[in-house]
Design a protein around this ligand. Structure first.
Ligand SMILES: [Zn+2]
Ligand SMILES: [Zn+2]
Length: 542
C-alpha cells in the first residue's frame, strides 16, 4: 500500500493525495490554491502527471468537504480523464457548479453521494466517511480500509462541541475505529501553531449579535461564503434584531442556493431582500452579508469600501464587520480596504479590535492532540501544511506516544506495511499555474511576467533595407521613469538606436538587433536608472 501526496504537503492549500493498493488508485480530495502575487494567475492546481499516466488504474476521487482547497482542481483533473467522484452532497453541489462553469455537460459527471455511517467500494478500497465539525457543512474524515489496515484521513476538522448545524465531530465512531486499530493517521496540520482555537462557532454568533444589536444603522458583515453555519447564525440574528438579510456577492448567492437545495439552510423567503430594495429601507432594518473578506478586486466588500458598488453606498453611521481572518499574503490589500472604510466614516469591527468576530475552522494544537488520542494510530503522517507545520505536528504525535511518524512533502511515494511507513519512491509533482483565460503558464512565462512587472519594457522597431534605415526607429516604453510619455527622452532613445545601426560593423560576434538592444539599454539606464527588458524587432524591405 502506498500513499502519494500530490498537493498540500509542504504547502498550505491544493490538497490532493493518491492512495494505491493492489495496483489500484484512489484520490482523496482534489484542491486548488490561489496565487499570492499578482501575475495574472487565476488558480493553481497540482501536477496530475502521475494519475494521468496511471489513469487505467484509477478507481475514483473521494472528497472530504467542499472547500476550494479540496475540490477546486477537479475541472483540471476531469478534463484529462474520466473517473467517478464521491463526496458529501454539499461538496458535490459546489463541484458540479464549478464543472458546469468549465463547460462540462451535466451528463458527463459521475457523481456519487457519500454520507457518514455508510461504506463505499472504490475499487479495492472500502471508504467510510466520518462526520467532523469544520467551517463548512458536511465535512468528513475518511476511514479507508486497505491491505495494510485502516488509513484514517482526518480531512479538515475541529472539535467544536455544539456547532450551529448540530453535527459535531463523531468522536464515538473515531474512538471505535481506534479500538479496531488504525494503521496510519493522516491529520490536518494547518493550525499546529495555535494552542487553542479562539472559540466555538456559536461564540462568534454571540459576538456578532452583540455588535449588530448595538449598531445604529446599516450593518455589513463580510464573511467566507462557504461558512454555511455562520450564514445560519446570521439568519437567526437578523430575525431576532428585526433586520432583513441582503446578500451581496456571487459566492454568497451560490453557497446559499446550494445550501438551501440540500436542506442545510432554512431561511424563510421573507427574511431576504434584494439589493435594489435597500435604498428604500430604514437603515436600522437591514443586515447585509458581503463577500470579499480578502479585499478581492471585484468583490462586494472591496467595492463598498471604494464607494463604487452600483447598488449600495455606505455612509457615516453604518457599521462593517469583517468576520474573517486575513489569509497570509493578503495583509496589505485587506489593511488598505479597512482604511478605505475608516475614511468613509464607518464603524469597523475586525478580529484586530474584536477577536471574537471569527474563529478558525481548523483544529488547534489541543484538538490535534485529541485526534491523535482518539485514533491511537500505529503510524502518523501529518498532512496540510508547510514543512514547518508537518514537522511540529509529527513532534506532537511523538509526544503523545505514537512511535512511528513520517514527514514527507509532495511527490513522495510512502510505502506502509501496517506497522511502518517509509518513502520508497518519488513521482513528478508540482504547482500548475492557470492564467486568467484558462491556459497554463509555464515557469518561463511566469518568470517573464515577473521581470516585466519589476523592470518595465522598451521596444525598438527598425525598418531596414540592407544595412540602411528606411526611417527613424520607433521606440515605445512601458513603466520606465523619466521616459514614459517624455518626448525628448523617447527621441534620444530613437537617435541612439539609429546611431547604433549606423555604427554597426559585422564580424564582432554580435548580430545587429543584439547590438542595438545593448546600446539602447545602456541609454535607458542613463536616463532612468533602471535596466528594463528591451526588445528589438526588425522589419526588412530587402
Ligand atoms: Zn476546509
Ligand atoms: Zn482545507
Amino acid at each position: 500500500m502506498r500513499l502519494i501526496p500530490l498537493g498540500g504537503l509542504g504547502e498550505i492549500g491544493m490538497n490532493c493525495l493518491v492512495v494505491e493498493d493492489h495496483g489500484r488508485l484512489m484520490i482523496v480530495d482534489c484542491g486548488a490554491a490561489f496565487p499570492e502575487d499578482d501575475l495574472g494567475v487565476d488558480v493553481i492546481h497540482p501536477d496530475f502527471d502521475y494519475v494521468i499516466r496511471n489513469r487505467d488504474r484509477l478507481d475514483g476521487v473521494f472528497l472530504t468537504h467542499g472547500h476550494e482547497d479540496h475540490i477546486g482542481a477537479l475541472p483540471y483533473l476531469l478534463s484529462e480523464l474520466e473517473t467517478p467522484v464521491w463526496g458529501p452532497p454539499h461538496a458535490l453541489g459546489m463541484a458540479r457548479k464549478r464543472l458546469l462553469e468549465h463547460g462540462f455537460g451535466p451528463n458527463e459527471l459521475d457523481f456519487r453521494t457519500a454520507t457518514p455511517g455508510n461504506r463505499y467500494a472504490v475499487g479495492p478500497f472500502e471508504v467510510e466517511p466520518v462526520r467532523v465539525a469544520h467551517s463548512i457543512v458536511e465535512a468528513s474524515a475518511l476511514a479507508i480500509r486497505t491491505s495494510a489496515g485502516i488509513v484514517f484521513h482526518s480531512g479538515d476538522f475541529n472539535f467544536d462541541p455544539d456547532p450551529p448545524d448540530g453535527e459535531p465531530t463523531d468522536e464515538a465512531r473515531i474512538r471505535e475505529l481506534g479500538d479496531e486499530g488504525i494503521g496510519i493517521l493522516l491529520s490536518d496540520s494547518t493550525n499546529i501553531d495555535v494552542p487553542e482555537r479562539a472559540g466555538s462557532e456559536r461564540s462568534v454568533g454571540s459576538v456578532l449579535e452583540r455588535l449588530i444589536e448595538a449598531a445604529p444603522a446599516r450593518v455589513v458583515v463580510a464573511l467566507f461564503a462557504s461558512n454555511i453555519q455562520r450564514l445560519m447564525l446570521l439568519g437567526e440574528i437578523a430575525r431576532r434584531t428585526g433586520r432583513k438579510l441582503c446578500l451581496l456577492g456571487r459566492s454568497l448567492d451560490a453557497q446559499s442556493t446550494i445550501a438551501r437545495e440540500i436542506g442545510r439552510l432554512s431561511w424563510l423567503s421573507d427574511l431576504l431582500v434584494s439589493a435594489d430594495e435597500l435604498r428604500e429601507m430604514d437603515r436600522k432594518r437591514v443586515l447585509i452579508l458581503a463577500g470579499g473578506t480578502q479585499a478581492e478586486r471585484l468583490s462586494a466588500m472591496r467595492r463598498l469600501a471604494d464607494g463604487v458598488h452600483p447598488l449600495l453606498e455606505l455612509v457615516p453611521g453604518d457599521t462593517v464587520i469583517l468576520s474573517s481572518r486575513v489569509i497570509p499574503g493578503n495583509d496589505r490589500p485587506v489593511i488598505a480596504m479597512m482604511n478605505a472604510l475608516y475614511r468613509r466614516g464607518l464603524t469597523v469591527h475586525t478580529r484586530i479590535n474584536e477577536p471574537g468576530v471569527h474563529t478558525s475552522g481548523h483544529a488547534g494544537r489541543s484538538e490535534q492532540r485529541r485526534m491523535l488520542e482518539l485514533t491511537r494510530p500505529r503510524c502518523f503522517m501529518p498532512v496540510h501544511g508547510t514543512l514547518h507545520h508537518l514537522l511540529r505536528h509529527a513532534e506532537l504525535a511523538r509526544s503523545v506516544g505514537v512511535k512511528e511518524t513520517i514527514v514527507v512533502e509532495n511527490g513522495a511515494a510512502v510505502g506502509f506495511d501496517g506497522e511502518r511507513a517509509v518513502q520508497v519512491d518519488a513521482v513528478r509533482s508540482g504547482r500548475v499555474a492557470v492564467a486568467i483565460g484558462g491556459e497554463v503558464l509555464s515557469q518561463e512565462n511566469l518568470h517573464r511576467r515577473q521581470e516585466l512587472g519589476r523592470m518595465g519594457i522598451v521596444t525598438v522597431a527598425l525598418a531596414l533595407d540592407g544595412r540602411k534605415l528606411l526611417g527613424p526607429p520607433v521606440v515605445a516604453t512601458r513603466g520606465i521613469p523619466n521616459v514614459d510619455g517624455e518626448e525628448p527622452a523617447q527621441r534620444s532613445l530613437a537617435l541612439e538606436a539609429a546611431r547604433a545601426v549606423e555604427q554597426f560593423r559585422e564580424g564582432r560576434g554580435l548580430e545587429l538587433p543584439e547590438h542595438v538592444r545593448r546600446t539602447v539599454r545602456r541609454k535607458v539606464e542613463d536616463l532612468s536608472g533602471t535596466r528594463p527588458v528591451v526588445e528589438v524587432s526588425v522589419v526588412r524591405a530587402d
